[in-house]
Structure formats: C-alpha cells, structure tokens
Design a protein around this ligand. Structure first.
Ligand code: MYA
Length: 571
C-alpha cells in the first residue's frame, strides 16, 4: 500500500525545533522530548471535557509536530525507533546548526548518542556524518539503528514477535537467504480461526457491484490517513477492481469481517498472487494490501486475526511467502524508500495544506516554478496500445533484471497492469506511454502512472487531491541494455521521459505527481522539481529472510546517488 505523505515542510520543522529547544530549557536535563507514554497521558486528559479535550488535542498535535521535527517523519517510524541513530540523522537534517548546538547543550544524552561534547560550537557535524556513513545498510534501510538503545523492544510487538519475519536486534551479518519455515500443507487449518462474538468471516465477491461498493465505502471512510489527519486515500471502485482482480486473483483472498446483526462490513484484507524475484530466487508469493479496520473497532487486536486468516488462505493455496508495504515500522523492513512529490497545481496544494509556502517566497513564484509546457517533447511518444504489449513486456523484463527485488511479469500482467482499454466502462486508472522506433518498430522506452485520489478532510474549498503515482517504466538507454549507454545517458533519457509524464499528468488534471526513491527515480527527482515528502514506505517480506536492499535514501533520509535495489512498485 502507499503511505499518505505530503511535502516535508522545513519551515515547520524549524519552528518546531525552536519549540523543542524551549521545552528542553524548561525540562530537567534528562527529559526525553516526547514518547508514547506522554501521548497516552494526554489521551486520558482529552477525555475530560470537550474544551479540555480540544486543548489537549492541540497540545498533542504540537507535541507531535515536535516529534516529527525530531524524527523527520511519520509517527509510525518514530513510535518504534524512539531517538535512534537514524532519527538523529533526520534531526540533524531538520535543524539549523545553532538550534542543534543549543539542543545538544540541553540534552547530554543526545550529545552522547551523537558522539560529541555538550559545550560550544557543533564542530561535530563531520564526525557525526562519518559515523552515519558507517551505519550498515540494514540500519539505514529500516530507519532504525538495530542495536541502538531506543529501539522498541521486540517483546512489544506481541503479534509480530510470533511470526516468521526477521527481528530487530538480530545480528546484521549477511545471511543465507531463504524461508524462515517450511510448512507442510496438512499442517494448514482447513477453517478460519474464531472471531469475537458478534462478528463473522466473509469472502467478498468483487464482481458484484454491491460488494465492491461495500469495500469501497469501508476504505474511503477508514483507510490510511496522514499523520495530521488532513488527507485520506480514496481508492476508487475502478482502482479496486484493477488492484484486486489482477491475473491469477482468487475470491478467497478478498477477506472481510461483518457484524453479524447489521451485516455491516467492518474489516477487510486482501492478497493477489505475484512471482517475486528476490535477488536470484523467484518466489511464488502474494502481495497483501488494503488491510483496514473500521475506526470504532481499532486497538482490539483484530489486525493480527485478519493477518492470520489471509496467511491461512495463502498457505491453503500453496503460497508460502508474501510482500507487503506500510508507513508503520514493523519487524523488520527489508527496505525503506522515501516519498517525493512534484507539484502540478501548486496553488491548490497550498490551499489544502499539502505544500508549504517556503520562507522568502511568494505564491506566484511557486506557481511559476512548477509551470509546465502544454505539449510533450519526446519524439515518437504515444499512448500504449494492445499491439505494444509484447514489446513492453520484453523491455520491462530486461530493465527490471537490474534491481535486487522485482516482479517477474507475464504477458497477461503487462496487459492488465499497463494497458488502459478505451472501451472499458470503468474510469481510467492507468496511463501508459511508449516510444516506438519508426525504423525498427521496437519499443525503446515506456512509462506509466496511476491515479489515486485522496479525500481532503475538513476543507470547505477542496474535497479531493488528484495524485498521479509513477508506476513502472523502462528504457533501452541504460548501460545493461545498451552497452554504449552511460549512467549519464540514462539520467538524461529518464529526465526527458518523466518531464513528459508531468506534462501529461497536467493535461489529465492531476494536482501532484508522486514517486518514491526506488527504481532509477533518484536520477530525475531533483531535476524534475520533486520535493521530499514526510512519508516513508517500508517494504516487508513474510516468511523469507533476505539481506537488506537499498531503498534509495541514505542515513540522512536524503536521496542516495548510488540508487535503489527496489524494482517493485506497490499500490
Ligand atoms: S498497510 C495499510 C494498513 N491500513 C491502514 O493503515 C488503514 C488504517 N488503519 C487501520 O485500519 C488499522 O489501524 C490497522 C491496524 C488495520 C492497520 N501492517 O487490531 P490492532 C499491528 C501489519 O489492535 P488496529 C497494508 O494494507 C501492530 O503492530 N501489522 O490494531 C499491508 C500490532 O501488532 P504488534 C500492523 O490499529 C498489510 C497489531 O497490528 C499494521 O486496530 C500487511 C495491533 O492490532 C500494519 N499496517 O489495526 C499485513 N498496523 O502487537 C501483513 C498495525 O505485534 C501481511 N499492525 O505490534 C503479512 C503477510 C500475510 C500473508 C502471508 C502469506 C504467506
């Protein structure tokens, strides 16, 4: 799944940093800036009266902003990492040198973690940078220092500690990759586990419009929101059909929970099959997505029950591994990517609170900065057609072979995932374009993006943000496909293609264009004016122990020039 992310706002982080310093001055020297206990204490206060509740909420959100300033991101990652080394690198990234100096003076514990003295000027930046460079890929990718004292204890992951997934704190030595456990088919229970009284398992039939509508309604009211609850993903019904009825799909993997009396759908989880290559091995795996529980049923340990049920159903069909993504830190990511956002309609993004106005700028400067031409520039670029399926498949297969983890697409999957059929009654979800060489009729390049809208919560002027997400692309202009091609050639070509993708996204009325630090995206993100987001996406494998894979960000959570090993784009 995607994670709700918006443009990271350095000004807000600077402002929050100032608050951190103010609070640090007022607090005893050993006080930690914020932690879950404090949040919980505030929750209790918030139940007092509506007025005190609002005040407490405001305070909580202020604290959260401070926490975000320190951790540089989602509460999910900070929840698990406390003030780990990786948080510190984000902190350094977010604060000015003066602020950092002052903060370190106020917090000797932090100084110790940074490996610097508490007095005077922060001439430690170089040393701290060097220390960060020494961090293992594992530490960087998981966004956690696995041996750091602030890592959430594995014992606190009551459910995940029992599952065949890697654990935090385990040795970061290179391991021989493979399944955690081999399950005999006869060991797999034939029936679902029990649910609490009043609820029952259902298998959703998404070919029935009524049932599709129910899943849509559940997700549109209760699915992923950003940390400040400003936006919530709004996967359309066409999108859900595209995402969940892909080649090889089975109804059995569309699992719901209904309230027995009202028949209301209150929870959902899904899986689709995927042939996933992790380095040299190809796994017959499932992609688990759209885990969602009605807001009123949260924190009742229903999620582990749903996860166990989808696992049982995958096992029953001989699928022993899975891939899933999320914005929350769980044991233990195989990779971590960062979101980047390219404004298309800057004015609207500003009005809904997605994009900040940078200090010393004016709205009209921002609008001008993100202006795009009306027409694409790449020669022989056109919308993908049915006749292109084989050419795209061949190109994509060779291109994805360069990444450490990538799907192995079939012809049917290329058709399903990439080709928009004009005669379809569904609204368009996927936009794909190819470049055909007129001399050879070969497909030399292609790119695609999909549409995922987000509801804007509590905004009277705008109800939706229409976002394009960069999906798969490939080009022959890369060294492994064309030996005479250099990395500079690849970068140049990708910049041309992505610039055209932006122009097309503007033509189709998208407000923003999102991409992660995966594939070769790092070669164009900055040049194409993508701004760093406040969201991360962690990649996880179930029942498969793999060495970490670079996610395109370094220890400072900034673009890593050496690129990413991730070649899987999840919805
Ligand atoms: S990611 C999208 C997740 N959905 C949302 O964020 C929508 C909004 N939120 C909700 O609906 C709920 O908050 C959810 C949790 C359902 C997320 N992935 O029931 P609880 C653990 C995995 O009391 P709730 C996506 O769809 C948490 O650490 N585990 O909590 C991919 C704790 O365990 P532990 C998660 O808040 C899904 C336990 O759940 C997640 O009411 C991949 C608490 O349960 C999460 N995103 O509900 C699923 N969030 O005690 C795994 C919390 O150990 C698939 N938790 O810390 C694994 C592969 C299975 C197939 C294998 C086949 C071989």
């Amino acid at each position: 799944m995607a994670d709700e992310s918006k443009i990271d706002d350095p000004a807000t982080r600077q402002e929050a940093a100032a608050e951190v310093i103010k609070e640090a001055k007022e607090a005893p020297p050993t006080a930690q800036v914020d932690d879950e206990d404090e949040d919980e204490a505030e929750d209790t206060v918030a139940t007092g009266s509506p007025a005190s509740g609002a005040a407490a909420k405001k305070k909580k959100s202020k604290r959260k902003r401070i926490k975000n300033a320190l951790t540089g991101g989602s509460s999910g990652s900070s929840e698990a990492s406390g003030s780990s080394q990786s948080d510190i690198s984000k902190l350094m990234n977010g604060l000015s040198k003066d602020q950092l100096t002052e903060l370190v003076k106020m917090n000797p514990g932090l100084a110790q973690q940074l490996g610097v003295g508490t007095g005077g000027d922060l001439t430690m930046t170089k040393e701290a940078t060097a220390a960060m460079k020494k961090m293992s890929l594992e530490e960087i990718m998981s966004g956690l220092a696995s041996s750091g004292k602030n890592v959430k204890d594995m014992g606190q992951y009551k459910f995940w500690a029992t599952q065949p997934v890697p654990k935090f704190g385990e040795s970061s030595e290179k391991i021989v990759e493979g399944p955690f456990k081999i399950i005999e088919p006869e060991q797999v229970p034939k029936d679902p586990g029990p649910l609490v009284d009043g609820f029952e398992w259902v298998t959703m039939d998404l070919l029935q419009d009524g049932e599709l509508e129910e899943v849509f309604q559940l997700l549109s009211g209760h699915y992923v929101e950003d940390d400040e609850a400003m936006f919530r993903f709004n996967y359309s019904k066409s999108f859900l059909k595209w995402a969940l009825l892909s080649p090889g799909w089975t109804k059995d993997w569309h699992v719901g929970v209904r309230a027995s009396a009202s028949r209301k759908l209150v929870a959902f989880i899904s899986a689709i099959p995927v042939a996933l290559r992790v380095r040299k091995k190809v796994l017959k795996a499932s992609e688990v997505n759209f885990l969602c529980i009605h807001k009123k049923l949260r924190a009742k340990r229903l999620a582990p029950v749903l996860i166990k049920e989808i696992t049982r159903r995958c096992y029953r069909l001989g699928t022993w591994q899975a891939i899933y993504t999320g914005g929350v830190v769980l044991p233990k990511p195989v990779s971590t990517c960062r979101y980047f956002h390219r404004s298309i309609d800057w004015q609207k993004l500003y009005e809904v609170g997605f994009s900040p106005l940078p200090p010393n700028s004016k709205p009209q400067y921002q609008v001008r900065k993100y202006a795009l031409p009306d027409h694409t520039a790449t020669k022989n670029l056109r919308a993908m057609e049915e006749k292109d399926i084989d050419g795209v498949l061949e190109l994509l297969k060779s291109y994805l072979a360069r990444f450490e983890m990538a799907p192995i697409f079939t012809r049917d999957e290329v058709e399903h995932w990439l080709l928009y059929k004009k005669d379809s009654t569904d609204e368009q979800v996927i936009w794909s374009y190819v470049v055909e060489d007129p001399a050879t009729n070969k497909i030399t390049d292609f790119f695609s993006f999909y549409c995922l809208e987000s509801s804007v919560i509590n905004n009277s002027a705008h109800k939706l943000v229409r976002a394009a997400y960069l999906f798969y692309y490939a080009t022959t202009a890369c060294p492994s496909l064309t030996p005479s091609s250099t990395r500079t050639d690849l970068s140049k070509r990708l910049n041309e293609l992505v610039n055209d993708a932006l122009i097309l996204a503007k033509k189709y009325k998208f407000d923003v264009f999102n991409a992660l630090t995966l594939l070769d995206n790092n070669l164009f993100l900055e040049q194409q004016k993508f701004g760093a987001g406040d969201g991360q996406l962690h990649y996880y494998l179930y029942n498969y122990n793999a060495n970490p894979i670079a996610g395109g960000v370094n220890a400072r959570n900034q673009i890593d020039e050496s690129g990413s090993g991730i070649g899987v784009v999840m919805l």
